[in-house]
Design a protein around this ligand. Sequence first.
Ligand code: NOJ
Length: 873
Amino acid sequence: MAPWTRLAFVPLLAQAVSSTPVADPRHDDAVHLDQRDSAPEGYDSPPYYPTPYGGWASDWTSAYAKAQQVVSNMTLAEKVNLTTGTGFYMGPCVGQTGSAPRFGIPNLCLQDSPLGIRNSDHNTAFPPGITVGATFNKDLMYTRGVGIGEEARGKGVNIQLGPAVGPLGRKPRGGRIWEGFGADPSLQGIAGALTIRGMQSTGAIATIKHYIGNEQEMYRMSSVITKGYSSNIDDRTLHELYLWPFAEGVRAGVGALMTAYNDVNSSACSQNSKLLNGILKDELGFQGFVMTDWLGHYTGVGSALSGLDMCMPGDGAVPLLGDSYWGSEMSRSILNGSVPVDRLNDMVTRIVATWYQMGQDEDYPLPNFSTNTEDETGLLYPGALFSPSGVVNQYVNVQGTHNITARAVAREAITLLKNEGNILPLGKNDSLQVFGTDAGGNSDGLNSCSDMGCDKGVLTMGWGSGTARLPYLITPQEGISNVTQNAKFYITDSFPSDVTVSANDIAVVFINADSGENYITVEGNPGDRTEAGLYAWHNGDDLVKAAAEKFSQVVVVIHTVGPILMEEWIDLESVKAVLVAHLPGQEAGNSLADVLFGDYSPSGHMPYTIPRSESDYPDSVGIINQPFGQIQDTYTEGLYIDYRHFINANITPRYPFGHGLSYTTFNFSNPSISVVTALNTAYPPTAPSHGSTPVYNDSIPAASEVSWSSTNFTRIWRYLYPYLDNPESITASDDYPYPDGYSTTPQPAPRAGGGQGGNPALFDVAFSVQVDVKNTGSRSGKAVAQLYVELPASLGLDTPLMQLRQFEKTGTLGPGQSESLTLEITRKDVSVWDVEVQDWKAPVNGEGIKIWVGNSVADTPVLCVVGGGCSVE
Ligand code: NOJ
């Protein structure tokens, strides 16, 4: 495909109001920041400077020491190279940095996506995050991460652009909620952290994204007529919901973080000093590097001072013109003194240290694929006007045995919502009639829609950059046909007129609901589900109802990106069973057949609530469609999203968060609780002080280090270089109008900080709960124990009644078999964010904390009261 066809998402003239390439803050940053509309009172982005240096965390010491060795010998050009992308379509990957070949550091390749290698070949299309969340299986979360990392490494991707833990799922119609793991911070946090650990165990660098508040797709970016929306989030809600999974990712040692396009509290995420310098790098102790989202770089000096370390894909306000806010403009900013040399040194050190931390200095492959074309040969720099050509695709097969993991994830996610009369599992001799295009393949051919930008055939993933091409697809039709000859297929969404039904026939009806990223509109939905709402696509409800009229036994299979309404048919007499198969990836049919025919019992659980009506949600979580002026998306619902809201508003959903049946039954017995680390104090003890960070000579380097006259290679037109003509003419001045509140004096250590993810004492295990789970039915299966905390009113803050904080899944239990599960929760898990003290506050000695364990948020038979023992209902 020609790269141009994918330019649709380029935010034309993004931030045109400040399109001057910026080197000198007199032209840009302060001005630019002032141009945001104001968030409502109380939603602030206070200045936080300077950027804390990386390198003080003990498990990064050796990587930083190696980086320091290298960076202290780098020229200005080499340093700038590593911070700046080479430009849109200027290399094989969706983004790449410049290189520092003298030190063996190549152009670093950055490539999507959170579910596999995007725009590639011979790769695995794993199920996306929402499916992973529904498994509630920690081993699979990790193993899938390993698989993605192995494929990244095999393709020569240095920095893989996932996992996504934002959006969190605040907006049920939000286009990209399926990329993350579910509408709960602990589920997102645990799944995200395990994914990161798995990915990085292979040497690939993981990227946690999108930081933060990117909860809707429409108007996320700026253009000539509008500014990206401002997500206005109060401090407590930020900490207890949206930041939580990022903190877990940092704690897991994630190497990279991508900022969101939108503003938070009227300051763009890629230059929000409070979010980057303050919360991420100081409070959470992030040791890796921060990159922009693609073309989400809005200013030069301002972003550098605010804690950004890498701009992607490098271009400035108007892509593909050869201009960058950094690149040669960063060189100028260093020479004229507007960006302090120590800031650039820290950016580069963070990037190089991360590269060493993952061991990429040893035998890490170079990219052997092209995101731009499927042809073997092609342009090396398709974004250039004139580009050399060469071999760009070597078609390296990186799939290994990852199909096994992909199938296991898809299978273990399948969530049984209803199973009247135990109609499931189906028998091989049952007479089946199967309806719906979602049971088949894409009629236009596998991968015929770029970035999955269509809803044709079985829905394996949403659309956008969070995708990968399917190497093959086992459709439900194939999966079912592999098991039984007694199925007749009607791959249509209109109920056929010629169906003849016998008394014992079972109808299996497939419906779906899709969404994706904003640069593609599918059937009128610009990413978010504006057109379709929470209903099934393609008149799916009518298909189910028509089948329910003719058949006395109907099984509904749903592939969906998120919450879906089923009220039109769920209570119909003949609708006996409902399976939510989420988004299964390439192994759709096999994983479904595994469960449908009873080789495995379903063991998935809903990673979000299924409502009865969209009006059950708070008004503030609707999609805001306002073409003019900056959208102020204010999180007035605070902590009350998804099940937290339903419980608080006393609304009974159709199916609660965590719900999921099995073909067998389980019970919980013998619960006990023990104190592991006593919560002697409300606030955690003071963290140990930081280790040391690299020290450099921070004087302004010689201008000749970035002079074009010192080079002798052939320039690629529009490629982003660090060089300048006549840099010797640039003089430094200390008279710059830095942003309000700018300071070079380090801030006092935040009391909630001190380690990666925050104060290490926050992660001390406070309580351990043991419970036995027994299979009391007649088939094998796996159970999930979900642990919810109920915090006491004595904390003095209005807090959601039930909050998921831990889960464990059993192995396969045969009838009568038991397993003892241990669920551990930390000090942070039982704390609230005290906005006054700026620290996490727990009930002293855990007094008054109730801990519930069960099958869903609405079915928690086990209760442990701290200090009072446990009981089973
Ligand atoms: C924009 C998306 O928001 C982000 O998730 C992705 O990684 C980049 N584009 C690169 O494709």
